[in-house]
Design a protein around this ligand. Sequence first.
Ligand code: ADP
Ligand code: MG
Length: 348
Amino acid sequence: MFDNKERTNIEELGEFGLINYLTKNIKLTQKSTTKGVGDDAAVLDFEGKKTLISTDLLLEGIHFDLAYTPLKHLGYKAIQVNLSDIYAMNGTASQVTVSIGISSKFPLEAVEELYEGIYLACDKYNVDLVGGDTSSSKQGLVISVTSIGYADEKDVVYRTGAEEGDLVCVSGDLGGAYIGLQLLEREKRIYLENPNIQPDLEGKDYIVERQLKPEARRDIVDLLKEIEVKPTSMIDISDGLASELLHICKQSDKGCNLYEEKIPLDPMTFDTAREFNLDPTVCALSGGEDYELLFTVKQADYEKIKFKMDITIIGYITEPSAGCNLVTKAGAVHALTAQGWNAFKSGV
Ligand code: ADP
Ligand code: MG
């Protein structure tokens, strides 16, 4: 992957040299960061607010494939998927720590590229990188990110607060990240069979970006604040709409009706799903990695959100005995299940 580029062996720098190299340009911007990189622990001060912490582990071969994932994108995504969890609590993300395990196949330039993406995301979302850990890895690249944020106690939104009659809302559109992954996997297979064939992703930028370069929806959290709507429950969509909505219903002890025709799909997602003989709705329900926000709001807030371009009302919350249902375009009612990957195997 790095054949044509300069290669500096990381061993020449040593662990501390590497840490210093990667963190030397950090400029702290958050008022809550008292001490960042450089001591045994970072020191943070949230002045009476609640602290939010979330962590994710990304393993090469399990969560990402370096055959088609540029390291800069990977660094960017590693931060985004983590910040998404803080926004899903209706919080402000303020710091991250990044820990990496790197195998000897990685030159310094590769780690630098990864950190370019990390810093780009930190800059854009205004969070400080305040620590981490660095180790060698026998096999594959390991990245662990912890994100830290804060919120006033009254503003924190849990998965448990949905009430009967609440509207189920989702930001953006769904299924794109999964279809983007199918496309990248297909081009990888073609390339492995014949390395002379260049990947053909033309015109598919949107869904490829949905997979490689997701954006956490801080803007939605800001928008809801601005229009004075506090969701009654919220979760980010990492595993697919069905699974996340079931989490909200289960943890709130409620049921729901979800309308298939309301699920927001981008035309490119729709068309490409069809090319792959996949049902676009199933991609949205079970595909995952869209990193949109799924939330419920009181019916009284309907007027405030009905014309918001990037928010779609897709159903409502019911009493628990009614169960969790998907109402299809044809009007049939099915129990909503978190089908996960099996739905794709059965060739719907
Ligand atoms: P310790 O021995 O106490 O674990 P380290 O030598 O591992 O300390 O780290 C020194 C400092 O550099 C700490 O502040 C740590 O948080 C930070 N750090 C280490 N690795 C990374 C990394 N990959 N990215 C950002 N900061 C890091
Ligand atoms: Mg350490």
